[in-house]
Design a protein around this ligand. Structure first.
Ligand SMILES: Nc1nc2c(ncn2[C@@H]2O[C@H](COP(=O)(O)OP(=O)(O)OP(=O)(O)O)[C@@H](O)[C@H]2O)c(=O)[nH]1
Ligand SMILES: [Mg+2]
Length: 508
């Protein structure tokens, strides 16, 4: 099998080099240069946002003020050390009417962009326009980004026409910055006349599937790019599958570490003043365990975030991800229903036999499968059961308080659901959205989220049992074949989420 390829994009805050002399790679087998696409459009149309989303680079400067991008900058997509495509972010045309006028007056030229550069390359008045036309003269394709929620203006028509006259492969992207849709038919009409392909693509909402679809559509605007773009898309897919594997590893590891976590505290017997004091120590221990679990969750989140190349983003205050792991909201919304926990717990208990810790202050049953089954099941019904059992051992003048591993049968499903929710967001949060201000009243609305509850709830009873058995083994730090089966369950959930719009489950 071919070695897996790695997709990288230039993630420096500033690009490596300017576009004066782009040197696109050649596909070894075809001799065709890799696609270079110059992103054009008005100030503030969302050009940099589109580049950021397509190259998964959330460090590109994006701002609500117009004029953020002041130079023409390259963002190569590198796969296995080779540039397979390059996006050029631009500030847009400075004098579109003058350029168009010149183009129209020189209609006999076969390469208008090159001819314009020859005539005005040294003219400071046209320095920005020339910076834009330079990659075009070298064969770059064009992606025009327009805000389809605004009315078409004369300046837009001028730009469309001048881009048409370059004769280069070109696609137009309707990136709507607000939820006004009434101008869309007019845009579609106008753009269809001048562009080989017209697509809606929202830089803030685009999912993985939509990014791949856009790359696919680029194939149609210049057939010579087809082999290279197919390779690019394949590499993107392989890379995505690898990220899902890595995220699953992270999730399984989190479950194992969280469920086997123990915290201890040793206190001299003569320092314990009263039963109340002892209770206070127990309380501190509970808090310490919760804190350790929160910390493990945060670390796993950071790893998942890195797998999907996110450096900045905001979690809305309404998102379940912004709530405390041990809050009622999280427990309510995620994990299994009581009945499901009971059934899964009963099965896991019956199979494992042995010790089932009741989690209510030091009781444990070291009996056989039947009692294990009953206790496991009974616990599942007790939604409010303790997180873990507290043990107190007295030796040599000290009391050793220990808490853990987690015995609450609901908690693992809640934790699993929450980390999957985080992964869903990492997968579907577009890099162009960065940490955007989401408060504009007419912003493009969140997509409807069909699932309002946890991911594990929707699994089959058999999957619930498999997971419960894995959790039971994880609590005891034991190997189990249920781990691999649980891995497969998580991979399937994440794959499904890659093709969904779920990004944050806000408002539940
Ligand atoms: N709601 C919404 N806002 C967007 C979208 N794309 C861009 N924006 C916002 O529009 C503003 C301008 O985006 P940029 O990507 O900086 O636009 P630009 O065309 O590169 O702007 P200049 O570099 O100034 O020419 C920013 O506040 C973005 O967050 C989108 O798809 N939806
Ligand atoms: Mg910009």
């Amino acid at each position: 099998m071919a070695t897996a390829s790695r997709v990288q994009t230039d993630r420096q805050p500033r690009p490596k080099r300017r576009s004066n002399r782009p040197e696109p790679a050649r596909a070894a087998d075809t001799g065709v240069e890799s696609p270079v696409l110059a992103i054009m459009g008005h100030p503030n149309a969302g050009k940099s946002s589109v580049v950021a989303t397509l190259t998964e680079n959330d460090r590109i400067a994006i701002d609500k003020r117009a004029g953020t991008t002041t130079t023409t900058d390259e963002y190569p997509v590198i796969i296995d050390g080779r540039t397979v495509m390059t996006f050029i972010d631009t500030p847009g045309f400075q004098n579109p009417s003058d350029v168009l006028e010149w183009f129209q007056a020189h209609a006999e030229e076969t390469d208008l962009a090159g001819a314009f550069l020859a005539a005005h390359g040294d003219n400071p008045m046209f320095s920005h326009d020339c910076a834009l036309l330079r990659p075009v003269a070298k064969g770059a394709g064009i992606i025009l980004v327009v805000d389809g929620s605004k009315r078409i203006k004369e300046k837009d028509r001028t730009e469309m026409e001048l881009l048409r006259l370059t004769g280069r492969p070109r696609m137009a992207i309707l990136n709507n910055l607000s939820n006004v849709n009434k101008h869309m038919p007019a845009w579609q009409d106008a753009l269809n006349k001048s562009f080989n392909s017209v697509r809606e693509f929202n830089a803030h909402r685009a999912t993985y599937d939509e990014r791949i679809a856009l790359l696919g559509a680029l194939k149609a605007i210049d057939q010579r790019w087809e082999p290279m773009l197919e390779e690019t898309i394949r590499a993107f897919r392989e890379d995505w599958a690898r990220r899902i594997e890595q995220s699953t590893d992270t999730i399984i590891q989190l479950m194992k570490e969280a469920l086997s976590k123990r915290v201890t505290r040793i206190v001299k017997v003569d320092e314990i003043e009263s039963d109340d004091h002892r209770e206070a120590i127990k309380q501190q221990l509970t808090e310490a365990l919760q804190q350790a679990l929160r910390q493990l969750e945060v670390e796993a989140q950071q790893r998942i975030r890195a797998h999907f190349r996110h450096n900045v983003w905001d979690v809305p205050a309404t998102s379940l991800l912004a709530k405390d792991l041990f809050s009622e909201e999280v427990e309510e919304a995620l994990g299994l229903r009581q009945r499901q926990v009971a059934m899964a717990g009963a099965a896991a208990g019956a199979v494992s036999g042995g010790v089932i810790d009741l989690g209510l202050g030091g009781l444990s049953f070291g009996t056989g499968a039947l009692i294990g089954g009953l206790v496991g099941g009974a616990l599942g019904v007790l939604g409010g059961a303790a997180l873990a059992k507290i043990d107190i051992q007295r030796t040599l003048g000290v009391e050793r308080f220990s808490m853990g591993p987690v015995t609450n049968p609901r908690f693992p499903f809640v934790l699993l659901d929450r980390i999957i929710l985080y992964a869903a967001r990492a997968m579907n949060w577009s890099h162009g959205r960065q940490a955007a201000d989401e408060t504009a009243p007419n912003r493009v609305p969140e997509r409807d989220i069909k699932h309002k509850r946890g991911f594990t709830e929707e699994l089959s009873a058999e999957d619930h049992r498999t997971l419960a058995r894995f959790f039971t083994a994880a609590r005891r730090g034991k190997e189990t074949p249920h781990e691999d089966q649980s891995r497969a369950i998580v991979v399937t959930i994440l794959q499904g989420l890659s093709h969904s719009d779920i990004d944050a489950r806000v408002g539940i």
